[in-house]
Design a protein around this ligand. Structure first.
Ligand code: SAJ
Length: 406
């Protein structure tokens, strides 16, 4: 039996995938409401294909509880926030989960940490915690770091088809864990040491952050001289060794906008490019704000409440709002006392910000300037209803005349 600890965006789909593949799974989360909801067959977030997978896992006998189980294998998928002031990882949830596992686990149990951690965290925070309890790593318990790579919006497919990394102290235990993941992962599983696994995970997300920053910087350069950044990227990408990403209103999510800070926090003197990229991406909401100001000036609009921001999720077709560019933009506006902008997102069913309008038609009725931040299919399928608005399209999805771009 595997006890999956933490039933959030990563832990839950992973637990369900194992269960569907016939592995006996108990999912543990301290949040009683969440456990209660899952036990009643109600999902806690939306994700393509998750409902079917959930039903299959229930049929296979998955259980949810707030209690840690006595078993031989644990997967820890708890949040790893970063401390805003120091930009360092806050390992408190991982440490607490590991301690609770140690309270109940069998001798020789394997503790697999899936949560993203900054390179060196297992050595710095987890090992001392275990050793201080007089428990011998490699004998009484085994440690593994198996970072995930799935992307919200395509999680279920990617769980099965992405390759994975297993970091282990002992290659034999690494192979044993590889076999466990092979029950649903159809792609290559690389076994390495723990530090390399930690580092490669953070490097992957940092790579993407740096590349998005390049696209965002190009957008600013092109705006300064009125060039079409999208066309330029499209042409440049015809080169066989060029693959520029898309500029946007900022980088959200709990991964790409967070992980590079782990490297900056730990290696402040060595992270020039990475820090600059972070700053460029963090500056995009201000760039959007300046674009809104340009449009208001050009059209003599002074009433903030006539602005409507479309999208609260950090990217298209999901309901995850963590670090979302819209929240960053609203914060910036708030600093400038620009309060009262309307917000709408078809995926966010509960009110989470001021002046959020819950119905698309009402939202459109109330605004003159529409700022598209999230490219949900919903807006792409409703383009005919927005044609009479002034539009700032930060995602390059409207191709009709007069639309303002980043
Ligand atoms: N974005 C752009 N331009 C682009 C691509 C993305 O502005 O060309 C923006 C998105 O709109 C979004 C942000 O970047 O705000 C991040 O979105 P994303 O789709 O690039 O990635 P995440 O954060 O949803 O998931 C990432 C993935 N990592 C990589 O692609 C290297 C995923 O595979 C990881 O599992 C996940 O982080 C994680 O949990 O670490």
């Amino acid at each position: 039996m595997i006890n999956v600890i933490g039933l959030g965006y990563i832990g839950l789909p992973t637990a369900l995938m194992f269960a569907k593949s016939g592995v006996k799974i108990v999912g543990t989360d301290l949040n009683e409401k969440l456990v209660d909801s899952l036990s009643k067959g109600k999902l806690t977030f939306e994700e393509k294909g998750l409902e079917d997978l959930f039903n299959a896992a229930i049929e296979s006998g998955i259980e949810f509880t707030t209690k840690y189980q006595k078993t031989d294998t644990y997967i820890v998928a708890v949040p790893t926030p970063y401390i805003n002031s120091s930009k360092k990882l806050d390992p408190k949830y991982v440490i607490s989960a590991v301690n609770r596992v140690l309270d109940v686990c069998e001798k020789g149990a394997v503790i697999i940490i899936e949560s993203t951690i900054s390179p060196g965290s297992i050595d710095k925070y987890v090992r001392p915690e275990i050793e201080n309890r007089g428990i011998s790593i490699g004998k009484d318990i085994h440690l593994i770091h198996a970072p995930e790579r799935i992307i919200p919006g395509n999680m279920i497919y990617e769980l099965e088809h992405n390759s994975r990394t297993i970091g282990a102290d002992d290659p034999a235990i690494g192979e044993q864990v590889k076999k466990i993941y092979s029950s649903f992962c159809k792609s290559e599983i690389v076994v390495t040491d723990i530090r390399s696994a930690e580092m490669s995970k953070v490097v992957e997300n940092t790579y993407r952050d740096v590349n998005i920053a390049f696209a965002n910087e190009l957008a600013k350069i092109c705006r300064a001289d009125n060039m079409n950044v999208y066309e330029i990227i499209q042409i440049a990408n015809k080169h066989p060794r060029v693959n520029i990403l898309q500029p946007g209103p900022g980088v959200g999510g709990h991964c790409i906008s967070v992980d590079p800070w782990f490297l900056v926090g730990d290696y402040p003197d060595l992270t020039n490019l990475i820090l600059t990229a972070r700053k460029i991406n963090d500056s995009m909401p201000s760039h959007v704000l300046r674009r809104i100001r340009d449009i208001m000036r050009e059209h003599g609009i002074t009433d903030i409440t006539k602005i409507g921001v479309y999208g609260l999720a950090y990217k298209e077709n999901i309901d995850d709002t963590r670090e979302s560019p819209t929240l960053q933009l609203l914060e910036k506006m708030d600093e400038h006392l620009a309060v009262g902008v309307k917000v709408f997102d078809p995926f966010i069913k509960e009110r989470m910000v001021d002046h959020q309008v819950m119905n698309f038609e009402d939202f459109l009725d109330e605004i003159e300037i529409l700022v598209i931040i999230t490219a949900h299919d919903h807006i792409k399928n409703n383009l005919e209803f927005i044609k009479n608005k002034l539009i700032l399209d930060t995602k390059n999805i409207c191709n009709f005349d007069g639309v303002y771009k980043l």
